[in-house]
Unconditional design. Sequence first.
Length: 80
Amino acid sequence: MADAHTDDYHHGEMNVSAQAQDFHTFLTVTKWACLHIAALVLLLTLWFCTDAGFLTAFISAAILVAIGVAVLRDKPGSAH
């Protein structure tokens, strides 16, 4: 009975474009979430664990987000 189903699968013939798009979406969401978590950790650490204060912590987190956006955004013409 197991031999009847072995001919259904052919290696390399499956369309994987939907899986590739899902994987690309997952990686995109992950990299942006990591940037925002890092900015939040920086903000809270500087605000509560040092004498820097809220304004310095907020400016530092904003600079981190700006640099992160510049580095992590998708470049036009880049192949994924």
